[in-house]
Write a protein that binds this ligand. Sequence first.
Ligand code: OGA
Ligand code: NI
Length: 361
Amino acid sequence: MKNEKGESSSTFKMGNSAQERGLPYVPDCYVVPPSYEPRDALDSNSEIVPTIDISRLKGSDDERQGVIQELRSACQLFGFFQIVNHGINQDILDEALVVANGFFQLPAKEKKKFMSNDVYAPVRYTTSLKDGLDKIQFWRIFLKHYAHPLHRWIHLWPQNPPGYREKMGKFCEEVRSLSLEIMGAITESLGLGRDYLSSRMDEDGMQVMAVNCYPPCPGPKTALGLPPHSDYSCITILLQNLTGLEIFNLSAHGGSGRWVLVPEVKGILKVHIGDHVEVLSNGLYKSVVHKVTLNEEKTRISLASLHSLGMEDKMSVPYQLVNNENPLRYRESSFKDFLDFLVKNDISQGNRFIDTLRIKD
Ligand code: OGA
Ligand code: NI
């Protein structure tokens, strides 16, 4: 089908997408249905979003317990929180954003070396959500690469721009040790102890970096950078250069929920509770549904670091969290099970992996 500009929607394949070409209009296949409500976000309001000073995890017992309390409440109410005093140097954050942006500025020929629509590939460059073949397309370009253990994957990463491997590698290592610290606090907050998952996450755990670029969009009210979804990680740690991330606050409006634009404050990192922590908590904590809105003038870069168990290691509900009042609510699953789901399902249509894991009463 051709639109009035003579473009067939089926021609927007990766490498040739509207966002990569910087088209001055939004083609029909990018227009999201009204049910996605791209416009209804609350104003950015930093007081709504929980912000936790995690340096206190290393403090006295009382300080640590204070953080654990805040974490428990943020995970229950939002499935999301921001962290300050995380210990990662600002230069490391800034340089990772610079090399990420540098990669997207490279000539198409250079980026296309990494182009792949194989969701199992350890390094791939593509557009939209999955492979540029989604029913609705999203104004996003991304590079995804595995990052742990670093020595196993780094030689597959881009060599350009110069410094990409070194700067992104440093960022990945720092974020990963932070993820272990946060996961320890999360398992502790569930009464499982801080080492409940540490050996499984430390030795074989996966770290997948989604390096996202959202070019300026001529129709930020009609298209989205990413549709509402939750992450298939245990947790995701996110760094962004501009606002655009919105989270769905389930408990707002007497339970009917409301979108909240997450403010950008330099140096703050964001933490998403992913589907596997929802399973781990037997539903006490909810994975956060989030989406990305677009900017008409500026390019937004985000680095989303997804942390999970090993590829085939199954996350299941701990027996300690199952009792008469809390029956088993989820089936076990692995990261690979998610990838298999992704191949068969179009998540732009609202299909969620977590829904396939629920055990009906
Ligand atoms: C993701 C994601 C948010 C962002 O990559 O899963 O939700 O701000 N990214 O880019
Ligand atoms: Ni996400």
